[in-house]
Design a protein. Sequence first.
Length: 311
Amino acid sequence: MTKEFYGSMPGGRAVEAYTLDNGLLQAEILTYGATLNRLFAPDRLGKMENILLTFDSLADRLANSQYQGEIVGRYANRIAGGRFHLDGKEYHVTPNEGNGNCLHGGGEFSHAIWQVSYCEEDAIELQYVSPAGAHGFPGEVTAAVRYLLAGSSLVAEYQAKSGADTVLNLTNHAYFNLAGGGEILNHVLQIDAEHYLPIDANSIPTGELRPVEGTDFDFRSPRPIGQGYDHNFCNPKSINVYEPLSGRRMEVHTNLPGVQLYTGNNLPQPYTAFCLETQAWPDSPNQWPEQCLLRAGETYKTTTRFDFSVK
């Protein structure tokens, strides 16, 4: 493990970069946003390349970020109209999309400086305390994310507690390109899910769980991504991606009920990266509240693992 100064925030606060290396994978983690900034993995010839879309500097990230590699929360994805009800009370949260939706909790967790609670050669844990009422969400939330290199796997473990009943949905917004560059539409994707969530004009689920069979959302058998997506797949049994030129293959394992496939539709160069954001379903505070409710004193605990191989 190495630690380096990465840059300074506008107010002068330092951002540090920690590099984990187990000889099979190398991951760079920033204290800004608990960001997975770079991830190096070998191709079929053993060549190590960064397979994440990232930035050359902190200043560039602050000016242009679309959450690349950052932890998003309190609530990953969208809350319709920036409002929800909990225990009979209506809460208004930051409407940071033009249509009034709250996206990624207003960016709070992504733009915060996290504290390193421990680090080892192949693991690091970062913590952040979100004040009660931050971006309109109830309860003071103490959150932690632990990144671990285990063989050819990157494991992200999330844990949190709240001082009051609240909603919570954390994920990492890594943008992958297993070729190390170029478009990702030829990446071969499999998401073994029977249903996806159709969305309205404001990117909010309609409430229907629509079967993937006979649609462009049927990735139950591996096939090229082929086009743009920004949709949630429900209860996936397995998730994997293969990039034919490099031979890199990535499997995603999670104990969460959904995965958002986003193909970088709004990037300056569209379709140059894809995201597989493991999560509760979008707008679940309004539509599926049991997925995201965190009661005071309970522990939020989720794990997502990325397994890498070549063929």
